[in-house]
Structures are given as structure tokens and as C-alpha cells.
Design a protein around this ligand. Structure first.
Ligand SMILES: NC(=O)c1ccc[n+]([C@@H]2O[C@H](COP(=O)([O-])OP(=O)(O)OC[C@H]3O[C@@H](n4cnc5c(N)ncnc54)[C@H](O)[C@@H]3O)[C@@H](O)[C@H]2O)c1
Ligand SMILES: [Zn+2]
Length: 343
């Protein structure tokens, strides 16, 4: 016998909600039929007053099994029905953890995401991936457990981004540039610079945020379950970036490391385009990472060997060039040499 059928799918509605007051009203409204999880460090005191809501540890520290279990137990204690919703208010970490809880609770309930960082607006909020980090022999294995559980709705509010620190604004810009460059769009550096320096969201800057978000949506639509290699483009800058993050021991934000990672990765195939990347980063005052990178060639290789796109020998990278994306396969040693030569 042969049976063939299509799994159920969710259509995600991404909506901009320009005013904070309207965004808040939506979240409070959704909470009547759902449970809100929020990043405990958000400067939005009204979240704590929503009945049944629960704060999560701030940022990445929420992406742990014990936090997931506590979130699931909270949903069970609230007797959230299968028709109820789970709502996340926070950055990518809060969205990842909450989404995973929503995907597991009673085998899956509706998810609403209200992202509060630039990164989560353009990247983590759309794409359906959920995650927690694992720990093995003292090493943090980021996003090693997770599922696909797309949100039913994503509510984006520019006003909520104004409280982000400069470090977080800059980190989000690393991913914004990535999205623009992998989709062959020019970055308006003046607008981006004003956002980093003053947290000002000018119309031109917001247009780029929309372009980046649309680019992510297009990629995800073509490869929703990350099986066709298309989503590998979203990893541009990340192979070298992740290695830099671990070598810098916390002194580089994720987005900064990705930004410099894009430069090194593009330099593997297109020096001219890499030069443009470098000039853009210098224009935006991304600090030279060399002073914070500790480690010799062996440390670089070790850091690169754990890359998720590695088959044990070579790492596949999808890299932006002046002529669009190009795939390259290099050994960790080759990438380590390039990184050490360029950085
Ligand atoms: N699911 C996906 O497809 C996907 C894609 C990209 C990244 N991610 C994940 O997203 C996470 C990174 O996301 P992130 O950069 O948003 O980090 P984050 O959620 O850790 O937030 C960064 C920091 O900003 C604070 N913060 C959040 N919103 C704020 C606001 N409005 N005002 C002031 N402070 C605020 C948080 O407390 C935290 O300290 C990583 O865990 C990464 O793995 C997931
Ligand atoms: Zn990233």
C-alpha cells in the first residue's frame, strides 16, 4: 500500500502596528485567550499586569530545557486549551523558547510573536524555527534542539525598538546588512548609521527593515523546512562569525561577529565585493575586531570545526558576491587561514 498526504501548514500573517499603544492593546486582547511569555528585562511594566503572563529569563539565558519545562508546566497549570494561543514578547531568544513551548504543548497550539529587537523583527520572528540550547561537556550547543512551528501572526512595532541599547542596535544591523546583501539590495548607510548612533528610525531606515524582512520571507517560502539548501544563504557570515564569537569570549555581539564574518567569507571568492563590505562596516563604525580576538590557528580551526554546515571535512558556505550568491566548500584550515590573513 502507498499513502501520500500533505501535512497541515500554517499561513503566517506579518503585520506592522505603528503605535506602541495599539501593539499593547493587541497583546492584552490576545492574552484573554492565551498566555503571554515575555523577556523579564523589557522596560514594559504593563506586561507583568497581564493575568496569567509569565516572565522568562532575559535574552539567551531563557533558551534552556529547564525554562522550557517551566513554561510548559505554566501552560498546563493555566489549563490553556488546544484552541488557545501562546504569545511571545521579546527578542529572538524569547521568541525561540516560546515558539518551542507552543509547538510542544498539547502537540502544538497557535503562536503569536511580538518581536522587540531589530534582529527578531527581520529574522527570528519569521521562518518557523524554534530552539533551545543544549550543553555537553561544558560546551554550549546553540539551537541543538528545536522544531518547526510557524507563528500564526507576527506583530511588529517600530516604537518598541527605541529602548534597545546601542550594542543591540548594532547587532541587529549585522543581520540587516546580511539580509540586504544576500538579496542583492543596496544598503542605505546614512539611514543605518543614524539608527545605530541615535536609535532614530527614519523612513528610509524602516524601508530597509521591510526589504530585509521581505527577503527573509521569500527565502523561507522556498525552503520552509530547511531541506533544499536555500536557507543556507541566511548563514552568510555565520561560519566565520560564530568562530569569532567564541574566540572573542563575549566581547563581540552576534551581529558584529556576523558583519566581520561576511567580510572574510566574501573575501574567499570576491575581493572587490569584500572590500565594499569592509568599507560599509568602517563607515558604520564597527570596531576593528582584532583587538578582542584571542587564539592561534589551531583555536580558529577548532572553533570552525563545530560549524553546522560541515560534513566533517569541508564546510559549505553560501557567500554574497558582486554577482549574487556563490557556494564555496573549504576546509576549516583554509577558512582559518583566510580569517587570520584578513583580520
Ligand atoms: N528562529 C529563528 O529563525 C532565528 C533566527 C535568528 C536568530 N534566532 C535566535 O535569536 C536570538 C538572538 O535574538 P536577539 O538578538 O533578538 O536577542 P535576545 O532575545 O537575546 O535580545 C537581546 C537583548 O536585548 C534585550 N531586549 C529585547 N528587546 C528589548 C527592547 N525592546 N528594549 C530593550 N532591551 C531589549 C534582551 O533582554 C536581551 O538582553 C538567538 O538565540 C538566535 O539563535 C532565531
Ligand atoms: Zn544570526
Amino acid at each position: 500500500m502507498k499513502l501520500r498526504f500533505s501535512p497541515p501548514s500554517v499561513t503566517t500573517l506579518v503585520q506592522e502596528v505603528p503605535r506602541l499603544v495599539a501593539w499593547r492593546r493587541r497583546i492584552e486582547g490576545a492574552a484573554r485567550k492565551g498566555v503571554v511569555f515575555w523577556d523579564e528585562s523589557l522596560p514594559l511594566s504593563w506586561l507583568a499586569e497581564i493575568p496569567g503572563s509569565r516572565p522568562l529569563p532575559a535574552g539567551e539565558s531563557c533558551k534552556r530545557w529547564h525554562v522550557l519545562e517551566a513554561a510548559l508546566t505554566h501552560l498546563a497549570a493555566a489549563r490553556l486549551p488546544r484552541t488557545g494561543s501562546v504569545i511571545a514578547v521579546g527578542g529572538g531568544a524569547t521568541c525561540d523558547l516560546t515558539a518551542m513551548a507552543a509547538s510542544l504543548y498539547r502537540r502544538g497550539v497557535d503562536l503569536i510573536l511580538a518581536p522587540t529587537t531589530l534582529l527578531s523583527v527581520i529574522d527570528a520572528g519569521v521562518g518557523g524555527k524554534t530552539a533551545v540550547d543544549l550543553e555537553e561537556s561544558g560546551r554550549l550547543l546553540k539551537n541543538f534542539a528545536g522544531s518547526f512551528h510557524p507563528a500564526r501572526e507576527v506583530w511588529i512595532c517600530p516604537e518598541v525598538l527605541v529602548t534597545l541599547s546601542e550594542r543591540e542596535r548594532r547587532s541587529g544591523v549585522g543581520e540587516l546588512l546580511k539580509m540586504l546583501w544576500i538579496s542583492r539590495q543596496r544598503a542605505d548607510l546614512e539611514g543605518i548609521s543614524a539608527w545605530i548612533r541615535e536609535g532614530r528610525i527614519a523612513r528610509g531606515f524602516w524601508r530597509q527593515v521591510r526589504q530585509a524582512l521581505a527577503a527573509k520571507v521569500r527565502i523561507v517560502e522556498r525552503d520552509p523546512l530547511d531541506r533544499k539548501g536555500i536557507r543556507a544563504a541566511l548563514n552568510y557570515g555565520h561560519t566565520v562569525g560564530h568562530a569569532m564569537e567564541s574566540l572573542a569570549g563575549g566581547k563581540l555581539s552576534h551581529g558584529e561577529a556576523v558583519a566581520w564574518g561576511m567580510w572574510v567569507e566574501s573575501a574567499l571568492v570576491d575581493r572587490k565585493f569584500a572590500q565594499e563590505v569592509r568599507q560599509a562596516l568602517q563607515f558604520l563604525d564597527f570596531a576593528d575586531p582584532r583587538s578582542v580576538l584571542a587564539g592561534d590557528r589551531a583555536d580558529w580551526e577548532f572553533a570552525l570545526e563545530g560549524d553546522k554546515k560541515s560534513d566533517g571535512k569541508k564546510i559549505s558556505l553560501k557567500v554574497a558576491t558582486g554577482r549574487g550568491l556563490r557556494e564555496v566548500r573549504k576546509t576549516p584550515a583554509q577558512i582559518a587561514d583566510a580569517a587570520r590573513a584578513f583580520l
